[in-house]
Structures are given as structure tokens and as C-alpha cells.
Design a protein around this ligand. Structure first.
Ligand code: SF4
Length: 339
């Protein structure tokens, strides 16, 4: 039997495989499909904002917040109000259309980035058919707008199972759920008046293709603002200890390397023995500028605070020794006077 819905985003999922008839959490199939459509349109909007950023154009905080709240609203139990999802999908599509008009290069955008719910002949036929089926089941007391019917129709085609390859589907969903979790925190930070362009941009990018770096790290990356994944470049971790890592790298062009290692003050890096600056990429990762050629990169943890603490400890020890010696000398003097 065909699934009425498919959702496997939480640990409550039916039979540990997927809710296909009704959500264990109480989510209805109609709502599940509209959430799928909201994620689909949000991905489309994110693709457009990523392209805008690549073109050096600003993305407003309202757009960033819309993406954040869309992702947050679809987590388990966050919102079960159908009307909210219809409105949010429409707002997302309208926002995307506005931004698309500002885009200079619209080449190779995905269907999600270009779809705008404008009816066409083929869609009208399907929508009318769907409407008749709904009327037959529910009665025709409920008036639905044509756009809502188009959204209903589209929502049946963009769910999790629309990605046929299981590996790609699993990876996609894993990334989506990770970003949803991050958005839950961002939504609350936004509600308290905090926002961070670097974090907001992370919601939109494909991390395997693009890295986000705060402009304050421009010098560390020697002004590089644009780079492309180069299939001729290689990097290999050749030695790993918790506080020391060694890599062999080779690249035909100058570029930027982003390591899947946490950015934290105190890490030192050398390329072929020469110290280089570390920048922060994607808010949490280490990145360095690397010149063309073959190199050995070494990274080790050597925070300044340890050296300061050591100096303070040695100074305190020296003072203690002087104190003990003074005390001993005073005592000896007193004994000598008495005798
Ligand atoms: S969020 Fe709801 S519908 Fe989705 S897997 Fe969890 S229980 Fe099932």
C-alpha cells in the first residue's frame, strides 16, 4: 500500500523505520506533506541566498530568520497547525521570487529554487482531479484556493522518499536534521534579539562546496574571498595525536584548506616548518591559507595561557623558596644571638 506520508526524523518513528500512516507524535499525513513542501521551498530559498552571497549581495536578517523559523517549525511537535504551514510556504515562495529578481546569474539553479507554484495546464488537470477526490471524500463544504490545491499537489512529490538513492537520501536527511537542530537554538537567540550572519549563512550553504568565514579573519587567509574545490588538490592526515596532527598536502594553486578540526585559540600551525595564521571557518572549524606546491602541515596545541600559568607558578615557587630561606636565616640569627 502506498504511504500516506513518510517521516523518520525522530526516535519515536513507527517501528524504528518511519511513520507512514500517521505520526506517532500526532502529525497528520496532510501536515507531514506540507512540512515536506516547506523544507523543499526553504531549500530553494537557501540556494538563491547562497547565490546572492556569492555575487556579493546582502541577505537581510528577515530572510535569514525566515529560513531559521521554517526549519525550526518542522522539528517534532513544534507546530501542528496546517494553516501556519500553508502561509509559511507562500511567504517563502514570495520571498524567493523577490530575491530571484536580484540575482544576476540564474543558470543551473535547481527546480526547488525556480518552482513558484504558478499553475500550468498539466498542473491544473492534476489539481482539479485532486480537488474532485477530496470533495468526494470530505464533501465540498471547504473552499480551497487554487494555490492551496497546487501546494497540496506539489507536497506529494517532494518528501523524503523523492530522493531515490538510499545513501544520498540518508545523507541529505542527516544534514537537514542537523541544521534543523541548529535552527532551534538560532530561533530562540533571534527571539532574544541576537543574530549572527556567519551562523545564518551556514543554514544556506552546501558545506562541501562553500565555507563561511567572518571578515575579521581576512588577513589570516591573505584576502582570499573566493575559491573552488580543486580535484587536483589532495590532503592526507599522516599522524594523529589529540594535541598534534600532521598532514601531507599538494595543490597546483594557492588556496584555502578547511580542516574538520575545532577552531580554538592555542592551536599553532606550520607549513614546512614556517608558522602560519589560523582562521575560523563555518563558525567552528580551522582554516589556513596554503600556497601552491607540496607541503607538510603540522598542527599542535600550545596555548599561551599554559606558559603564563607556568611563569606564575615558577615565580610563586621562587618567592616561596626565598621566604623559607629568609625564615631559616632569621631563626639561625636569633639562636646565634641567644648563645
Ligand atoms: S516527527 Fe512524528 S511523524 Fe516524524 S518520525 Fe517522529 S513521530 Fe514520526
Amino acid at each position: 500500500m502506498e504511504n500516506k506520508m513518510f517521516c523518520f526524523q525522530c526516535q519515536e518513528t513507527a517501528g524504528c523505520t518511519g511513520c507512514t500512516k500517521f505520526g506517532v507524535c500526532g502529525k497528520s499525513p496532510d501536515l507531514a506533506r506540507m512540512q515536506d513542501l516547506l523544507i523543499y521551498t526553504t531549500k530553494g530559498l537557501s540556494e538563491v541566498t547562497t547565490r546572492l552571497r556569492e555575487e556579493g549581495k546582502e541577505v537581510s536578517k528577515d530572510v535569514n530568520h525566515l529560513i531559521t523559523i521554517n526549519l525550526f517549525t518542522t522539528i517534532t511537535n513544534a507546530n501542528f497547525d496546517d494553516e501556519v504551514f500553508y502561509q509559511r510556504v507562500k511567504e517563502t515562495l514570495a520571498t524567493k521570487e523577490d530575491l530571484l529578481a536580484k540575482l544576476a546569474n540564474k543558470e543551473n539553479l535547481s527546480e526547488a529554487a525556480l518552482w513558484n507554484a504558478v499553475s500550468n495546464e498539466e498542473m491544473d488537470v492534476k489539481v482539479n482531479l485532486l480537488s474532485k477526490i477530496k470533495d468526494a471524500i470530505l464533501g465540498s463544504g471547504k473552499e480551497e484556493s487554487n494555490i492551496d490545491k497546487i501546494l497540496d499537489e506539489k507536497s506529494t512529490k517532494v518528501g523524503v522518499l523523492a530522493t531515490k538513492d538510499e545513501d544520498i537520501r540518508s545523507l541529505r536527511e542527516l544534514i537537514t536534521y542537523g541544521i534543523k537542530g541548529m535552527s532551534a537554538y538560532m530561533k530562540h537567540a533571534n527571539a532574544l534579539g541576537y543574530q549572527n550572519e556567519e551562523i545564518d549563512a551556514l543554514n544556506d550553504i552546501l558545506p562541501t562546496e562553500t565555507a563561511v568565514v567572518d571578515v575579521k579573519f581576512k588577513e589570516q587567509l591573505k584576502g582570499v574571498t573566493e575559491g573552488y574545490k580543486d580535484s587536483l588538490s589532495t590532503i592526507q592526515l599522516t599522524s594523529y595525536e589529540p594535541n598534534r596532527l600532521v598532514y601531507k598536502a599538494s595543490t597546483p594553486k594557492d588556496g584555502v584548506v578547511v580542516f574538520s578540526e575545532i577552531y580554538y585559540p592555542g592551536w599553532q600551525v606550520t607549513i614546512d616548518g614556517q608558522p602560519v595564521d589560523i582562521a575560523r571557518a563555518d563558525y567552528i572549524l580551522r582554516a589556513i591559507n596554503m600556497p601552491a606546491g607540496e607541503h607538510t602541515i603540522e598542527m599542535w596545541f600550545d596555548p599561551q595561557s599554559i606558559h603564563v600559568t607556568e611563569s606564575i607558578a615558577y615565580a610563586a615557587l621562587a618567592l616561596l623558596l626565598i621566604g623559607v630561606m629568609l625564615l631559616a636565616w632569621t631563626q639561625r640569627s636569633k639562636i646565634a644571638k641567644k648563645s
